[in-house]
Design a protein around this ligand. Sequence first.
Ligand code: PLP
Length: 408
Amino acid sequence: MDRTDCLAADGADPLARSRASFALPEGVLYLDGNSLGALQPAVASRLHQLIEHEWGNGLIRSWNDAGWAELPVRVARRLAPIIGADPDELAVTDSTSTNLFKALAAARALRADRDVLLTDDANFPTDLYVARGLAELVGDLQVRVVPSAELLEHLDDRVAVLSLTHVDYRTGRIHDPVTMTTAAHAVGAVTVWDLSHSAGALDVDLHAWGADLAVGCTYKYLNGGPGSPAYLYVARRWHEEATNPIAGWFGHARPFDFDPDYVPAAGAARFLNGTAPVLSMAALETALEVWEGVARAEVAAKCASLTATFIAAVDATCGDRVEVVTPRDPARRGAQVSLRHPHAYALTRALMARGVIGDHRPPDLLRFGFSPLYVRHVEVWDAALHLAELLTTGAWDRPEFHARRTVP
Ligand SMILES: Cc1ncc(COP(=O)(O)O)c(C=O)c1O
């Protein structure tokens, strides 16, 4: 494979049309859409219109006149096909961390006679913190954290909840969702999946997985904008039984009855709590328009092709000066590639100075994400060339590239 092959792959890319919806700065190779997705000009226009007209002129009337009240439902409708769910199985609200708390608590309550929450030591820190926080709160729950490869042997009839992140944020390795969900169900446990690194990048099909509950963010591959609202999925079979531990008025069946007694809304809507963040919800609604007519399989195939291209380019140009830690089998990885190098931080900063934007995960990983709607094969190839050049010249070894910043 070489640069010409990359140009040919871009020419034949069925998703190439979607790139036109994005505004990427000139001269930037953006390989960090797994951290923060890129802006679409339509989102900026929508926010401008909302602020000026709906808020500025419409004021409180816009909850009705501009349809603000229905935003969570409309966004759920756009999001559902991207993750293989039905709209009424989704509550679009809060952060992933908050939704995780609600989902884990609800899952635990469905298996109240059990005392173990099982997860793995590769899970994202917030997932571990939230699980431990819940265990402290409820008292009779123990969080069992085991190496990923040992999860199956730790699934037993004490396990109430199996909580896993589909794609490992460090290495890009995926858990096989069907294997893990089936094994959890075989011992009577309920699953909670974190889809933050998979929705919009892989063929996530929650119905086909048999998933129980799931959460995920929308600011990565779904391009909702910094801190955009997250979502919580509850499979239809749990709709009657699942309870939201934060019973807020927006999760009430009729919030504007101002009923002092809580009556949960039907479906996943009972996992809403408070007033929707209208600005970021509207931004997300517009950001999701670009997914109309995009097939999940198409997205997954593009990501597999982009990651394969990057691995091939790194092998060809960097050789053994970096270690590819992401699985080489495309079926076992998400839409990211991580490289190990003892000076990963300085290299990441030096790449950024050249306009190649990836990120760093301590202690020694350079991480690159390949957002299917706007990344081109040729950019992936060129990013690897920049890295090889830095490794050859040693130009990454400057004090300004070693200086630590708040967000790595
Ligand atoms: C896998 C995973 N879960 C959860 C989070 C945190 O999400 P939030 O900040 O929306 O709570 C992140 C953030 O990057 C993540 O990567």
